[in-house]
Design a binder for this molecule. Structure first.
Ligand code: AMP
Length: 194
C-alpha cells in the first residue's frame, strides 16, 4: 500500500534537449506516466527543451499544468510556444522555488544542466533540514546522474552526508518505477542536527 498520494509533481529538467534521443523519449515517458496517474505538473514555465516536451505532452491531459517563472526570465524569453493552464510570474528565483515547493507533493529531476542540478540540490537539502517532508527522486535515464550519485556516495563515505538521507533519495531508470518509489519511500528521517 502507498504511504502517500502524489497529485502534483514538481519537475526540474533541462531547458535543452540534450544530444541523446533517450532524454526526449524519457520526457515523453514521464508525461505518459503522469497522464495515466492523473498527476498535475509544476515546472519552470515555458516551452524550451525537456521542460517544453513534458509540459506540451501533459497539457490538457492532466488536471493542471502550472509554470512558475521569475520576471527577469519571463522578460528575456519570448513566451509564444508554451503550454500551461497557469503561468505564475514571480519576483525572483527564491520566490519561484518557494512557490514550486508549496504547490507540489513530490520533486523529480530528469536530465538537465546546472539549473536542474541546483534546483534538485536545494529541494534535497531542504528535506535534510526539515523545511519540507516531500519525496524527491531522479529519473536516471541512461545513467545520466551516475556521477552525481557517485559524489553523494562519496559524501556518505567521508562523513558529510548521513546514509539515511542518501537512502531517502529515490532513483530509478524510468518514471513509472520512480513514481512507485516516491509513493512508498519512508521519510521518517532522524533530525540532521543530532
Ligand atoms: P538547465 O538544467 O540549466 O537547462 O536549467 C533548467 C532549470 O532551470 C529548469 O528546471 C528551470 O526551472 C530553470 N530554467 C532554466 N532556463 C529556463 C528558461 N529558459 N525558462 C524557464 N526556466 C528555465
Amino acid at each position: 500500500m502507498s504511504i502517500r498520494t502524489i497529485k502534483t509533481l514538481c519537475l526540474f529538467c533541462g531547458s535543452s534537449d540534450g544530444y541523446s534521443k533517450s532524454y526526449k523519449d524519457g520526457a515523453l515517458n514521464l508525461a505518459k506516466t503522469m497522464i495515466e496517474r492523473n498527476i498535475s505538473l509544476v515546472y519552470g514555465g515555458g516551452g524550451k527543451g525537456l521542460m517544453g516536451t513534458v509540459s506540451k505532452a501533459v497539457y490538457g491531459k492532466v488536471p493542471n499544468v502550472i509554470g512558475i517563472i521569475p520576471e527577469k526570465l519571463y522578460e528575456s524569453v519570448r513566451y509564444l510556444d508554451h503550454y500551461e493552464d497557469d503561468l505564475v510570474i514571480v519576483k525572483d528565483m527564491h520566490e519561484r522555488k518557494a512557490e514550486m515547493y508549496a504547490r507540489s507533493d513530490a520533486f523529480v529531476a530528469m536530465p538537465g544542466g546546472v539549473g536542474t542540478v541546483e534546483e534538485f540540490m536545494e529541494a534535497y537539502t531542504w528535506l535534510h533540514l526539515g523545511y519540507h517532508n516531500k519525496p524527491i527522486g531522479l529519473i536516471n535515464i541512461d545513467g545520466y546522474f551516475d556521477h552525481l550519485l557517485l559524489f553523494l556516495n562519496h559524501c556518505v563515505d567521508q562523513g558529510f552526508l548521513r546514509e539515511e538521507f542518501f537512502k531517502a533519495l529515490c532513483v530509478a531508470p524510468d518514471s513509472d518505477r520512480l513514481l512507485d518509489m516516491l509513493e512508498h519511500v519512508s521519510l521518517a528521517l532522524p533530525s540532521k542536527f543530532h
